[in-house]
Write a protein that binds this ligand. Sequence first.
Ligand code: G3P
Ligand code: CA
Length: 245
Amino acid sequence: ISTEGTPAFCSRTVTVGHRGAPTIAPENTVASLETAIDRGAEWVETDVQITKDGQPVIMHDATVDRMTDGTGRIDQLTAAEIAKLTVKGGGHVPTLEQVLASPKVRSARMLLEIKGSQTPESVAHALRLVAEAGMTERTMVQSFDEDVVRYAAASPYKFKVALLRSKLDADPVATARAFSLSAYAVNFKGLAAQPDTVNRLRAAGVETFAWTVDRESEWQAATSWGIDGMITNRPDEFLRWKESR
Ligand code: G3P
Ligand code: CA
C-alpha cells in the first residue's frame, strides 16, 4: 500500500460508523448508532431490509439468524415478529422509523444503505419515511443495486446518492456522472488499485467514501489519498488515531 503524500486531507475525512460502533454495541441497533455518534462519528452507516409486510427494518443480513435469537428470512417475517426478537448482545432490531426517531441520529448524518432486491414501492416507502422525518438533507442513500441508486436519485426528495462498488469501474468519473452520484463508495482494496481515482472524482465534484477500513495502515493510506469518508467498524479508534496525527 502506497502512503506517499502528506496526510493534509486527514482532518477533512469524515468518520462513518459502519453499522454504528459494532465493536462496542451490537451492529445496527439504535444503541450502536448512538454510541458511534457519542464517540464523535459525524455519520452512521445502516442497512435497510424490508419485512414481509413491507416495513423497513435495520439489519445487514437477509436473515435474522446471525444477529438475533430468532431464525428466518426478513422478507418472510412481519415487522411485529421481528420486533419480538432479542439481538445477541442486547437490544432489538430497530425499524427505520425507530432509528429516525432518535434525536442523536437526527443530529448526525446517515449513510443509508438499501439492500438489493427491493421493490420500487418498498424503496419509495423507506425514502418517504426519511423525508417525513426531515432527514433528507442529512441522509445519503447508497446501494450496490444500480436500480435503487437510480430510483433514489430520481425521487422527488432529491436525495444525495452513492453507488457501492467492490472494485473500481473502468472510468469511475463516467459512472459517477451516469448515476448523478454525490459519492462513489468503493471497497478499500478496490480503491487501492488506483488511489488517484479520489482526485479525479474530486475534480468532477464527486466525493469518495471507502469501506470498510479498520486498520491503522489502511487509515494512513486512505487519508493520504484524500478520501472524504472513512467507513469503519472502529469509529472511536479511527477518531483517536486521527487526533493523534
Ligand atoms: O458501507 C459500505 C458497506 O456497508 C458495504 O458492505 O456488506 O457491509 O453492507 P456491507
Ligand atoms: Ca452496509
